[in-house]
Design a protein around this ligand. Structure first.
Ligand code: ADP
Ligand code: MG
Length: 691
C-alpha cells in the first residue's frame, strides 16, 4: 500500500482550509455551514439524497411526484410580469420529452440557465398535458469536469445534496467531502469501546462517515445514520451522566426534620386538599431530600397542575429545619406573584419572605443584609439572585421555576451559593421525553399527572377576521358575568405598513371603541417593572378586568378568575407558547374560552393552529411542535445550542436516545472517571485529560 502519511492521517482538528481544493476563501464560506475543521466536514450531513443511478424520463414523470431529471436547456427566457415580478422560463429536454421550468423573482438565475447547458433538475412535477416544475433545484453538469473529479460522485449513484451557502456549490462540496474522506480513511477515531459497538451491532465510525456522504444503498445509509446518531446522543448522555455523578458524589451538610409545625400549619390553611398526584410527588421529593447526597430533581407538570404549592411545602421543610430556601423565576412579574402569594401564606406563620428582582422597591441593602445573616428565610427572585453581592447564611434548598427559560449555567450559578443544596427544577412546558432527556438528562424526574378537581378543559375556537365582532361579544359576555380576560398580541408596537396589530397601539381603541366602561390596562415587557407589577396587582385583585398584553404573561401567572383570552396573530406564536398562554385561563372552576384570530393560510400555520384547537394536552402539543418545527424552535434558547445535532434528530431518533442513555449511565456508574483504556477516545472527545 502506498499511502502518504500526512494525507492518510489528517488530524481531525485540521482547519478545513488545508484540505486540498479548499483554501482560505472557501474555508471562510464553509464556516457559515458550521464547518471549520476536517472533522466538521466529515460530519456535514447532507440535507437530502437523490438516487441518480437512473434519471427519470420526462415523459414518464408522474404529476405530484418529486423527480430528478437530466436534460439540456432548449430555451431560456426572462420576462417581466405586469405586477413587476420577473419570470424565468426555461425549457429542458431529454430523449423522451420537454419540461417547462419556472422561477419567479430570481432574475439572476438567467445568467446561469442558458440555452445549450446540461442540467440536473429536481422538483415536483406539475401539469397533466405538459410537464412543468416551479422553482426546481438545479445542478449544472460541467462541460469539462475537474481533472480529479470522479464523475461517480455526481451521477450513477445515491448522491448527497448538501446545505449550501453563497459561493459553495454542490459539486465542489461533494469533491472536497470526498477528498476529506479519502484523507481520513482509517484515521477516524472510534469513540465507542469495541465491546459496546459489537454488542449493539453498530457500524464502524469511518465506514459510517463515508456512507453518510456517498451511501451504497438506502439501507447502508440507514445503518450509517444509526451509528452516527448514536455517537452524538451517547456523547451527550455521557456528559450528563458525568455531571450527575459529580453532583451526587458530594455529601450535603443539611439534615431535615420532615415532620414539623411549619409545613403542617401551611398545609392546614390551604383552601384545598392536594391532589393524589401532588401528594405522590411531594413524597418523592421528601424521600430524596432525606438522603445524605443532594437532590437534583425535575418537577414536571402541565400548566395549572399546582407545582408551586408542592415546591412551597418542600421549601418549608428546609426552613423549619433552620435553613434558607431560594426560589428563582424567569420574569419579575412571576417572581413578584410568587412573593405576594408566599408572603400572604407564610408571614402569619412567622417566616420572613424577601423579593429580590432588578426593579423591586424594597430596600435592597437591608434585604441583602437579611439574606446574608439568615433572618430572611425564603428568598424569591429573578436572575438578580445570581449576582455576587447576594450571599446566604444557610441556603440549603433551591427551586428554579420555569427552568426552560434559564440555562444550565444559571442553574449552576444559583447552586454555587450553597455548599451542596437540594435542587428542585420546575417546568410547565411539557416537553417530549426525548427533549427532556437531552435538556434535563442529569435530573431525576417527578411528574404531576392530574389537574386539580373541577378544572374543565378550555374551549378553543379559531375565528376568521370577519368574525372579530363575535370574539368581542364573547369577551363582553364573560366580563358581564364577573370574569376577567386577556387580549394577547405578539408585539408591543408594530411598524407602520406591517399589517400587524400590536398591544400598545390597540389598547386605546379597545378601551374607547370596543370595551367602553370596562377597566382595561396594558402590560408588556418594556414597561418599568414597578409599573408592570402594579398593573398585575390590579388585575389579580380584580380592579382591572381586561388585560391587553404581550407574551410577558406567558409563564406562571395565576389569576383564576380570568376565563377568556383572545390571541391575535396566533400564527406568530409557537405551539407550546400558545399552550402556555392558554394555561393562564385554565386555573379556576369556571368554564374558559380561548379565541384565536389568525389570517395565516400557509400549511404549517394551519397545522399548528388546528392542533392547538383540537387538543388541550400539553404533551401531545409539544410532540407535534417537535415534529413540525424541530427542537430549536420548540424551546428557543441559544444556550441549548449543544443539542443541535448534526445527524441525530430528536423527533425521529427517540429509540436511539433511550439506548444511548442506558449505555451512558451504565458506563459512568461502572467507571465514574472513565479510567478504562478502551475509553481513551471518549475522554479525548470530552476534553478530559488522558487517564
Ligand atoms: P403551575 O403548576 O402551572 O405552576 P400553580 O402552582 O400556579 O400551577 O397552580 C395553579 C392554581 O391551582 C393556583 O391557583 C393554585 O392555588 C391552584 N391549586 C394548586 N393545587 C390545587 C389543588 N390541589 N386543588 C385546587 N387548586 C389547586
Ligand atoms: Mg408555575
Amino acid at each position: 500500500m502506498n499511502r502518504q502519511a500526512p494525507l492518510s492521517r489528517l488530524p481531525h482538528q485540521t482547519p478545513v482550509q488545508y484540505i486540498k481544493g479548499v483554501g482560505p476563501a472557501r474555508a471562510d464560506r464553509l464556516k457559515r455551514l458550521g464547518v471549520e475543521t476536517a472533522e466538521d466536514l466529515l460530519w456535514l450531513a447532507p440535507r437530502r439524497y437523490e438516487d441518480r443511478s437512473r434519471f427519470a424520463a420526462i415523459r414518464e414523470a408522474q404529476p405530484g411526484s418529486k423527480v430528478t431529471i437530466q436534460g439540456r436547456v432548449l430555451s431560456s427566457e426572462l420576462r417581466r410580469l405586469p405586477n413587476g415580478r420577473t419570470l424565468l422560463e426555461a425549457v429542458v429536454g431529454d430523449d423522451t420529452g420537454v419540461l417547462r421550468c419556472l422561477w419567479f423573482n430570481q432574475p439572476y438565475l438567467a445568467r446561469q440557465i442558458r440555452e445549450g447547458e446540461q442540467l440536473i433538475v429536481y422538483g415536483e412535477v406539475e401539469g397533466r398535458t405538459s410537464r412543468q416544475m416551479v422553482h426546481p433545484e438545479v445542478e449544472h453538469v460541467e462541460r469539462e469536469p475537474a481533472p480529479d473529479d470522479p464523475a461517480h460522485l455526481h451521477v450513477g449513484r445515491i448522491v448527497p445534496i448538501y446545505p449550501l451557502t453563497e459561493g459553495i456549490g454542490q459539486r465542489w462540496l461533494r469533491r472536497v467531502a470526498n477528498t476529506a474522506l479519502e484523507c481520513a480513511a482509517g484515521g477516524v477515531p472510534e469513540l465507542l469501546p469495541e465491546e459496546l459497538r459489537r454488542r449493539l451491532e453498530l457500524a464502524r465510525a469511518d465506514w459510517a462517515l463515508s456512507q453518510l456522504h456517498f451511501p451504497d444503498s438506502w439501507e447502508t445509509l440507514e445503518r450509517a445514520r444509526a451509528r452516527l446518531s448514536f455517537d452524538e446522543l451517547f456523547l451527550m448522555q455521557v456528559r450528563l451522566a458525568l455531571r450527575r455523578a459529580r453532583f451526587a458524589q458530594r455529601t450535603k451538610p443539611q439534615r431535615y426534620q420532615l415532620e414539623g409545625e411549619l409545613a403542617a400549619s401551611f398545609r392546614r390553611q390551604l383552601p384545598f386538599a392536594l391532589t393524589a398526584s401532588q401528594e405522590q410527588v411531594l413524597r418523592e421529593i421528601l424521600d430524596d431530600v432525606s438522603r445524605p447526597t443532594p437532590m437534583l430533581r425535575l418537577l414536571q407538570g402541565d400548566v395549572g397542575c399546582g407545582k408551586t404549592v408542592v415546591a412551597a411545602m418542600a421549601m418549608l421543610v428546609a426552613i423549619q429545619s433552620g435553613f434558607q430556601a431560594a426560589l428563582m423565576a424567569p420574569t419579575e412579574l412571576l417572581a413578584a406573584q410568587h412573593a405576594r402569594v408566599l408572603r400572604a401564606a407564610l408571614e402569619p406563620l412567622g417566616v420572613s419572605v424577601g423579593l429580590l428582582a432588578a426593579g423591586t422597591e424594597e430596600d435592597r441593602p437591608e434585604l441583602l443584609r437579611r439574606i446574608a445573616d439568615g433572618s430572611t428565610a425564603l428568598v424569591v427572585g429573578t436572575h438578580a439572585l445570581l449576582e455576587p453581592s447576594v450571599t446566604f447564611a444557610r441556603l440549603a434548598f433551591v427551586v428554579i421555576d420555569e427552568q426552560h427559560k434559564f440555562g444550565v449555567t444559571q442553574r449552576a450559578a444559583l447552586v454555587r451559593k450553597a455548599v451542596a443544596p437540594d435542587v428542585l427544577v420546575m417546568t410547565a412546558t411539557p416537553i417530549p421525553r426525548t427533549l427532556a432527556l437531552s435538556l434535563y438528562g442529569d435530573l431525576t424526574c417527578s411528574t404531576i399527572t392530574e389537574l386539580p378537581l373541577g378544572r374543565r378543559p378550555v374551549r378553543t375556537v379559531r375565528l376568521p377576521e370577519a368574525k372579530r365582532d363575535e370574539a368581542y361579544t364573547l369577551i363582553r359576555a364573560a366580563l358581564q358575568e364577573g370574569r376577567q380576560g386577556y387580549i394577547v398580541y405578539p408585539l408591543v408596537e408594530a411598524k407602520a405598513g406591517s399589517g400587524l396589530k400590536a398591544a400598545a397601539q390597540m389598547v386605546r381603541q379597545l378601551q374607547h371603541d370596543v370595551f367602553p366602561g370596562v377597566a382595561v390596562e396594558l402590560i408588556h415587557g418594556q414597561m418599568p417593572s414597578a409599573a408592570q407589577e402594579r398593573v398585575m396587582r390590579n388585575f389579580s385583585q380584580g380592579s382591572t378586568r381586561l388585560l391587553v398584553s404581550t407574551v410577558v404573561i406567558e409563564v406562571g401567572l395565576d389569576v383564576p378568575n380570568a376565563t377568556v383570552m383572545l390571541i391575535e396573530h396566533a400564527e406568530r406564536f409557537g405551539l407550546s407558547q400558545l399552550h402556555q398562554l392558554r394555561g393562564r385561563i385554565s386555573r379556576g372552576s369556571h368554564p374558559a374560552t380561548c379565541l384565536v384570530l389568525s389570517e395565516a393560510s400557509d400549511e404549517l400555520s394551519r397545522q399548528r393552529l388546528s392542533a392547538f384547537v383540537d387538543t388541550t394536552d400539553g404533551f401531545q402539543l409539544a410532540e407535534r411542535d417537535l415534529v413540525l418545527r424541530g427542537p430549536g424552535e420548540l424551546l428557543g434558547r441559544d444556550q441549548h445550542g449543544w443539542w443541535r445535532f448534526r445527524v441525530a434528530d430528536l423527533a425521529r431518533d427517540a429509540g436511539v436516545l433511550e439506548q444511548a442513555r442506558r449505555e451512558a449511565f451504565a458506563l459512568v456508574a461502572r467507571d465514574p472517571v472513565l479510567r478504562d483504556p478502551a475509553l481513551a477516545a471518549l475522554r479525548a472527545k470530552l476534553g478530559m485529560k488522558p487517564a
